[in-house]
Design a protein around this ligand. Structure first.
Ligand SMILES: [Zn+2]
Length: 125
């Protein structure tokens, strides 16, 4: 019974995410709302909902932020972010030129092989 419940829960989470992702039919929310720079993370605030999309296990972990600090941890170089589904650990890596403001570097989540394996997107509404 426990297994069935887990599957149902997983389906529920994925189903909810699918509905949210499908909401604006004209725009591909996967790319348009993916958070790529520290500035974008900085705009997040308590109560915002984010989705951590794991390419390794094709799961979406939905998380409600409790503070901007929590969001900033997700884009701090060297931090590790663990997938809520397959428990794979990814490392926050910044790519691109380091300008004075550091605003043009791109945030990526990589595994130990340096492959991008996760991204974070803000869920609207
Ligand atoms: Zn995963």
């Amino acid at each position: 019974m426990k297994l069935i419940r887990t599957i149902l829960l997983a389906g529920l989470v994925l189903g909810t995410a699918a509905v949210t992702f499908a909401a604006p039919p004209s725009k591909r929310i996967y790319t348009s709302s993916a958070l790529r720079t520290a500035e974008e993370f900085q705009k997040l605030k308590a109560g915002d909902t984010i989705a951590m999309v794991c390419k390794q296990c094709d799961s979406v972990t939905v998380q409600t932020l409790e503070s901007t600090d929590e969001a900033m941890k997700l884009c701090k170089e060297g931090e590790t972010v663990v997938c809520g589904s397959c428990t794979m650990t990814t490392k926050v890596v910044r790519h691109g030129p380091r300008s004075k403001a550091g605003s043009h570097s791109e945030i990526r989540y990589e595994n130990e092989k340096g492959e991008e394996c996760m991204f974070v997107a803000k869920l609207e509404g």
